[in-house]
Design a protein around this ligand. Structure first.
Ligand code: BGC
Length: 773
C-alpha cells in the first residue's frame, strides 16, 4: 500500500503486521464493525493499543455530531464551512478549484480530530427526480470521475481520508435500502462504474463506501464481483471498503465478498457471527485477517494527522466557499431586452445600474443552500443574496417576499395573494427585478425522491404577476437538481441557476449578478423540457423491489441526442459576459488503438476571447463512433479544460484521447474493445454547441466472436478464413437475392439440420474446425 502521510509518525503509531499477528480471532472480528455510530473499534489491552478513530459526513462540509448521533442529519453538529453542494461543484467543471476545496475540507476534518470524511458522492444523476442529486456531481462519468479525483486528492493531501460513495448503482432514494438496480454489465461499465474507476485508479481514496441497494439481485455489501473482482482485482484499490450505515444484511457473506468494515456498531452480535463462521469453516480465517489488516492500516494511516490536528481559517474557507458558489453558478439565459424608445437593447446582466434593482422572493432572504439528510452541515456563517446585494452596492434594495418557503406561518391577515400583491408593487418601477425562486426543502432530500420537476405553483404565480407589470426580470434559481423551466422561462429574459450553493451561495450568486465574477459555470446535467422526456421515464423508480435500467447507456445527454429531442438547456451549456470563438479544430491519429493504449488521438483547438471582458471558457471534447457492432451514443464527453482568457487572448489546447476513450465494453467478450473505423471528434462549448468536428480513421481491433454452431450465415460470411467459402455456398446454392436477408440471419446449425445445399452437420463441424484452426 502506498502510505504517504503528510505528517511524520507520532507516539501512537503502531506496526500493523506486528499488531495483527498478536490479535485473537475475536479481536480481529471486532475491528470489522464500529464501536458506535462514528468510531471504529479500539483494541485496548496491556500489550496492544489500537485506538478507535472517528469518521463523519461529508461530502461538502464536516458534520461532526457532538451528541445525539444519527446518520440522517437530525442531531446538531459542530460548526463547519458548508461548501457548495456537489450540484454546484459539478457545474464548475474545475478540478483545480475542487482540489482546493478538498484541501479545505481536509483541514477542517483534521482540525476536528476526524480521520475520514465520508465523501465525495459521485453517483450518476440517472433521473432529475433523485432526491439526493444535490450530493452528486453529474450525469456524466468523466465529469464525476475528474472532479471526484480532485476532491479526494485535496482532502487526502491533509493526511485524512475520504470515502468514495455510494458504490454502486445507487441512483435513487426510493426503496434505496432494498431495491435491486437491474442493469446490464455494459451499462454499468460505461456509465455507472467509470467515475469510481477513475477516482480509485488516480487518487486511491482511503475508503470506498458500498451502497445500500442490490445490483442485479445481490446487495452491494455482499457483492464479490463488485467489491473484490472489479474494485480490487481489476482497478487495484488498496484501501478499505466500508458499508453505508446499515447496509449489511448478511455479515458473513459481506466479509467474504470483500467488505472490511460494517458501520455503525452492531453491538457485537455481527462480530460473533464472523467468529462462528470461521470456527465452523464457513469463512476462511485469511479473509478475516485481510479485512482486519485493512482496518488497522486505515487507523495507522490516520494517526499522524490526528496527533497534530492543526487549525483552519474559517474566514478564508468562507471566501473559498463564495468563490466556488460563483464558479458553479450557471448563466442559462441572458437575452437582449429592448431599451427605452430608440435606445439599443442590452442583456439585463450583469446589472448595469444596481441602484434601481428590486428583489422579490423569500429565497433571497432565507436562502436554501444545502440539502437535507446525512450531508447537512451546521455552517460557520450564512450569506443571503439580499444582504449581500445591499452590502455590495450600498443601495437600500427594495424587497418583497412574494411567497413563503415551506408553509411558514404568515400571521394574521396575510396570505400568499397578499404577498404577491406586495411584490408586484415593489417590482413595478424597478430597472431590473431579481426574482428568486427554487425548491423548498420539503421537495428534495436524502431518503425520498421528487415526483415532478415543477416549482411550487405559488412561485410561478409570483413570476407571472411580477412580469406582467415589469418584463425586465431575471430569475435566480435555488434547487438541488433540474427543474422544468419551460413552463415559465419565457417570462424572464435572464435566468441564473445557482443550485444549492453552500453557506456563501447568496454572496456568490450576487458576485455573478453584478459582474464581479464573469460566469463560467456549465451544466453538468441536462435540463429537460418535461419529465416525460427523461431517459429513465417509465423505469424510475421501479416497483416491487426492482428498478430496470431500461435506457441502458443512453443516460443524460446521450439519450436526448439519440432521440434528437429538444431540451430546455443542454449538458455543458452556460453563458458568459464575454464571447469565445473556436478555430483550428484538428485531430491526428498517433497510433493504432487497443483499449489500454495511451494517447491514440491528439485533438487540438484554439479558443479566443472575442469579447470585452476577461472570462473562462470550458472547452469540451466529444467522441462518437458512428458504426459499431453495438449501439453507441451519438457523442460522449471524453475531455474538457477550463481556460481563463483576457479580452483578445487566444490559447491552443491539446487533448490526448486514449484507447479507452474510444472503447466500448463488449458484453459477450466481457472486456473493453476499440473497434477500428471512423470516429468523430467534436470540440464545442456544450453538447449541442459544437464548434468543429473532425472524422479520423483509427486502426482498432477486428472485433469478432468465435464462430460456433449458433453463428449466423451472415456472420460466417465475414469470417476471414471460411467466409469466402460460405459466401460461395450461398451464392452458388442459387439463393435468390430477396431471400438473402432471411438466410443470412439463420444459425449455421439450423441450415445444417435442413441440409440445405448439401450442407449438413458433418460439413458444419468441418467448417468450424477450419475456422478455429
Ligand atoms: C448515507 C451515507 C452517509 C451515512 C452516514 C447514510 O444514510 O447514505 O451517505 O455517509 O448515512 O451518515
Amino acid at each position: 500500500m502506498t502510505d504517504t502521510p503528510t505528517v511524520p509518525p507520532t507516539g501512537r503509531a503502531f506496526d500493523v503486521e506486528h499488531v495483527l499477528a498478536g490479535l485473537t480471532l475475536e479481536e480481529k472480528a471486532s475491528l470489522l464493525s464500529g464501536l458506535d455510530f462514528w468510531t471504529t473499534q479500539p483494541v485496548d489491552r496491556p500489550e496492544v493499543a489500537v485506538p478507535g478513530v472517528m469518521v463523519t459526513d461529508g461530502p461538502h462540509g464536516l458534520r461532526k455530531q457532538a451528541d445525539s448521533p444519527d446518520h440522517l442529519g437530525l442531531g446538531t453538529s459542530v460548526p463547519a464551512t458548508c461548501f457548495p453542494t456537489a450540484a454546484t461543484l459539478g457545474s464548475t467543471w474545475d478540478p483545480d478549484l475542487l482540489r482546493r476545496i478538498g484541501a479545505a475540507l481536509g483541514r477542517e476534518t483534521r482540525a476536528n480530530d476526524v480521520a475520514v470524511l465520508l465523501g465525495p458522492g459521485i453517483n450518476i444523476k440517472r433521473s432529475p427526480l433523485n432526491g439526493r442529486n444535490f450530493e452528486y456531481l453529474s450525469e456524466d462519468p468523466v465529469i464525476s470521475g475528474e472532479l471526484g479525483t480532485a476532491l479526494v486528492e485535496g482532502v487526502q493531501s491533509q493526511g485524512v481520508g475520504t470515502s468514495l460513495k455510494h458504490f454502486a448503482a445507487n441512483n435513487q432514494e426510493a426503496d434505496r435500502m432494498r431495491v435491486s438496480a437491474d442493469v446490464d454489465e455494459r451499462t454499468l461499465r460505461e456509465i455507472y462504474l467509470p467515475g469510481f474507476e477513475r477516482v480509485v485508479k488516480r487518487a486511491q481514496p482511503w475508503t470506498v463506501m458500498c451502497s445500500y441497494n442490490r445490483i442485479n439481485g445481490v446487495y452491494a455489501s455482499q457483492n464479490h464481483w463488485l467489491l473484490t473482482e472489479v474494485l480490487r482485482d481489476e482497478w487495484g484499490f488498496e484501501g478499505l471498503v466500508v458499508s453505508d450505515w446499515g447496509a449489511v444484511r448478511d455479515r458473513v457473506a459481506a466479509v467474504a465478498a470483500g467488505l472490511d468494515l460494517e458501520m455503525p456498531a452492531s453491538g457485537g452480535r455481527r462480530d460473533a457471527e464472523v467468529v462462528a463462521a470461521v470456527r465452523e469453516g464457513r469463512l476462511a480465517q485469511d479473509v478475516v485477517d485481510v479485512a482486519a489488516r485493512r482496518v488497522l492500516r486505515m487507523v495507522a494511516r490516520a494517526l499522524p494527522a490526528l496527533d497534530a490536528p492543526g487549525t483552519y481559517d474559517a474566514d478564508a474557507h468562507h471566501a473559498l466557499a463564495r468563490e466556488a458558489a460563483a464558479a458553479g453558478t450557471v448563466l442559462l439565459k441572458n437575452d437582449v431586452v429592448p431599451g427605452p424608445a430608440g435606445a439599443h437593447g442590452a442583456p439585463l446582466l450583469p446589472l448595469a445600474t444596481p441602484a434601481d434593482v428590486a428583489v422579490v422572493g423569500e429565497l433571497a432572504r432565507t436562502p436554501r443552500y444545502q440539502g437535507a439528510g446525512s450531508s447537512q452541515v451546521n455552517p460557520t456563517r450564512l450569506d443571503d443574496a439580499l444582504s449581500a446585494l445591499r452590502a455590495t452596492t450600498g443601495a437600500d434594495v427594495p424587497f418583497a417576499a412574494g411567497y413563503t418557503v415551506d408553509g411558514a406561518d404568515l400571521g394574521s391577515g396575510t396570505d400568499e395573494a397578499a404577498l404577491r400583491a406586495q411584490a408586484v408593487e415593489v417590482a413595478r418601477d424597478a430597472g431590473t427585478v431579481l426574482v428568486f425562486l427554487g425548491l423548498p426543502a420539503s421537495y428534495e432530500s436524502e431518503g425520498f425522491d421528487r415526483t415532478h420537476l415543477h416549482l411550487p405553483a405559488g412561485q410561478v404565480a409570483l413570476l407571472e404577476a411580477v412580469s406582467a407589470v415589469n418584463p425586465r426580470v431575471v430569475v435566480v434559481l435555488a434547487n438541488g437538481s433540474a427543474v422544468a423551466v419551460a413552463p415559465w422561462q419565457h417570462l424572464a429574459p435572464g435566468l441564473v441557476e445557482g443550485w444549492l450553493g453552500g453557506q456563501a451561495g447568496g454572496s456568490g450568486v450576487v458576485d455573478v449578478l453584478l459582474g464581479a465574477v464573469n460566469p463560467a459555470g456549465r451544466l453538468a446535467e441536462t435540463l429537460p423540457l418535461r419529465l416525460a422526456d427523461t431517459p429513465s421515464y417509465g423505469n424510475f423508480p421501479g416497483e416491487l423491489g426492482h428498478v430496470r435500467y431500461g435506457e441502458g447507456v443512453l443516460v443524460g445527454y446521450r439519450w436526448y441526442d439519440a432521440r434528437q429531442a429538444d431540451v430546455a438547456y443542454p449538458f455543458g451549456h452556460g453563458l458568459s459576459y464575454t464571447t469565445f470563438a473556436y478555430d483550428g479544430v484538428a485531430a491526428e491519429v498517433l497510433r493504432p488503438a487497443t483499449a489500454d493504449a495511451g494517447a491514440v488521438v491528439r485533438v487540438r483547438a484554439r479558443v479566443t476571447n472575442t469579447g470585452g471582458r476577461a472570462g473562462a471558457e470550458v472547452v469540451q471534447v466529444y467522441v462518437g463512433d458512428p458504426a459499431a457492432q453495438v449501439l453507441r451514443p451519438e457523442r460522449e464527453l471524453k475531455a474538457f479544460a477550463k481556460v481563463d482568457l483576457a479580452p483578445g487572448e487566444s490559447r491552443e489546447l491539446v487533448f490526448d484521447l486514449s484507447g479507452r476513450d474510444l472503447a466500448y465494453w463488449h458484453p459477450v467478450l466481457r472486456r473493453w474493445v476499440v473497434e477500428g473505423g471512423e470516429f468523430v471528434v467534436s470540440v464545442g462549448a456544450s453538447s449541442r454547441d459544437l464548434r468543429g468536428a473532425v472524422t479520423v480513421q483509427v486502426d482498432g481491433e477486428d472485433v469478432r466472436l468465435p464462430l460456433g454452431p449458433l453463428s449466423t450465415v451472415a456472420e460466417a460470411m465475414t469470417h476471414p478464413v471460411v467466409g469466402p467459402r460460405v459466401e460461395a455456398m450461398v451464392h452458388g446454392g442459387g439463393v435468390a437475392e430477396d431471400m438473402l436477408g432471411m438466410i443470412g440471419d439463420m444459425p449455421l446449425t439450423v441450415v445444417a439440420d435442413f441440409g440445405m445445399g448439401g450442407f449438413d452437420q458433418d460439413a458444419l463441424a468441418a467448417l468450424l474446425a477450419e475456422a478455429d484452426g
